[in-house]
Design a protein around this ligand. Structure first.
Ligand code: ADP
Length: 177
């Protein structure tokens, strides 16, 4: 069988986008010719990186993947998926611990939008212990996250770490790209 037709949405907070996220994205891209990485604004989660920073990191990590686009959304996920014409929502399952929350979300989303199917993909075993939360904890305490995130995320995590640990000396990143 050939590739499934159409467009899949891969939503998340991506604070920051990790190599585990990238693994899922690549698997999704083998099934769907077009994948839209949808970065949730999610101000309630108080992300470490601004929406613009998180999008820049995803763009950097996916620059070699034609057919992958990056956008942001602040509305109900299924409404956004419908508005984009997406057939599927992609989510990653690392372990049983992800399952309950993901199952609940998938069934609620189905109730809200019958035609948008949630597709679960499992990452390579080497990413099952990887989470954006752990990456942030390690980086902010001065540990190395090389191999766990892409080059831009690594650089921006190091900057945040220096700023946090430098206290008053920490430079503020402002404007720029
Ligand atoms: P959200 O706030 O929507 O859960 P995340 O950025 O934490 O956003 O995660 C987005 C999706 O990526 C979720 O489906 C999550 O289970 C999945 N995910 C996160 N880390 C990994 C990983 N290391 N391997 C596979 N999937 C992952």
């Amino acid at each position: 069988m050939g590739a499934m037709a159409g467009l899949a949405l891969y939503p998340g907070t991506f604070d920051p986008f990790t190599n585990g996220h990238l693994d899922i994205l690549q698997r999704a891209h083998r099934l769907f010719p077009q994948v839209l990485v949808a970065v949730a604004a999610n101000p309630d989660k108080a992300p470490l990186f601004s929406l613009e920073e998180r999008m820049a990191i995803v763009r950097d990590a996916t620059r070699d993947l034609p057919g992958v686009r990056v956008a942001s959304f602040a509305t109900l996920l299924v409404e956004y998926a419908r508005a984009q014409g997406a057939q599927a929502i992609i989510r990653g399952l690392r372990a049983v611990s992800d399952f309950e929350y993901e199952f609940q979300m998938a069934l609620m989303n189905r109730r809200l939008a019958e035609t948008v199917e949630t597709v679960f993909l499992m990452p390579h075993e080497s990413y099952t212990y990887l989470s954006a939360r752990l990456v942030k904890e390690i980086a902010l305490l001065g540990g190395t996250v090389s191999g766990l995130v892409g080059p831009l995320a690594e650089k921006m995590l190091a900057e945040k770490s220096r700023a946090e640990r430098g206290g008053a000396k920490g430079r503020r990143r402002s404007g720029g790209r």
